[in-house]
Ligand binder design. Sequence first.
Ligand SMILES: Cc1ncc(COP(=O)(O)O)c(C=O)c1O
Length: 434
Amino acid sequence: MNSDEILELRDRHIGGSLSVSYRRPLHIVRGERQFLFDTEGRAYLDCVNNVCHVGHCHPRVVEAAGKQMALLNTNTRYLHENIVEYAQRLSATLPGPLEVCFFVCSGSEANELALRLARTATDRRDVVVIDSAYHGNTGAMVELSPYKFDGRGGAGKPDHVHVAPAPDPYRGPFRHGDPDAGERYAEGVAAQLTAAAAAGRPAAAFLAESVPGCAGQIVPPEGYLRSAFEHTRAAGALCVADEVQVGFGRVGTHWWGFEVQRATPDIVTLGKPIGNGHPLGAVVTTRAIADAFDNGMEYFNTFGGNPVSCAIGLAVLDVIEDEGLMENARVAGERFQAGLRELAASHPIIGDVRGLGLFIGAELVRDPDTLEPATAEASAIVNAMRERGILLSTDGPFDNVIKIKPPLVFTAEDADRVVSELDSVLAGEAFAVS
Ligand SMILES: Cc1ncc(COP(=O)(O)O)c(C=O)c1O
């Protein structure tokens, strides 16, 4: 089929609430490492796929999947080595108290289960979340996602949800240079916990991405998460870290984003990169919380934790370790950020460059003083880069943050190429900012 035929069939048979990337949509037929290939065989450098974490179609992952699929795939009510071996390996990457695993099929399902765990363990219902956060596509997760309920088509904030300010040191009230910014933003979490309790609806949990993505690739100021977790525990609520986007070594220095902030959650949710594209997710928690949930109602998940999924999960862990991908994320990410910072010096439209490892954001503004978002420009840049064979995307409440979160096999040379092409795109008249 050609692109027009596919688009016509999508219009007829696929729900219109699903969008297509880029003004000139891409028809991608193959993937390898950090590259995607279209029908003409043209290679595109993928700077946004945080799912195919160890590289598109990594041969070791493909082989593990194929072998196990040809042998056996069943549910988890039979004894099988894969699920226990995987649970053991996954737990070993996490801080000590996080040792009991539940396997699911997506990030949304992981957060759904985390919510149930927190509600059962605390016998409370409400949740504190961070502004502009996204936690999933199910009914309960849309209700916990300001990105959705405050966005187009959203029904507004439900009563059981309490929204703390995004810990954004570029655009928020406490900015770079304020040594207390982390503490101040954490007080915003404390204020929501206090207000919820005062209203007679104490929170079951504080649910937060360790490094917020949809809020604009934000790196919270030093001390934020640790302090927010202290406030949460003092209020009798549980700390849930959503690592669906940032986990598995993407931050470069640690396996998990919360480790960068020296904070340990009570429940962690995993998705996207965990299966390199295979639908797998997980929730890992403490023995005490898992025991509280074991109240007689069985938790069964038809596909979650099956032998194929666990074989794939194991292969992903092997590749991250054997290929040194966490360290690669640190090295390539540092080069990328340094290159973007250099660009910012000559292109004032780049107001802020931030990130950890290969989780990077470049925020575009029309005016460096008012921080007026350069939303249309961000979209034009992403489309211009696509024509140059580089795939980027935008995010943030104003869609003016260029988001960068490539497969971890991305190299420093790839980063140089993106920076150089971006330099040439930004040199165009349309992006001049005085
Ligand atoms: C932070 C975060 N949590 C949860 C989800 C939901 O994951 P899934 O789409 O696998 O259900 C996403 C997906 O974008 C996400 O970015």
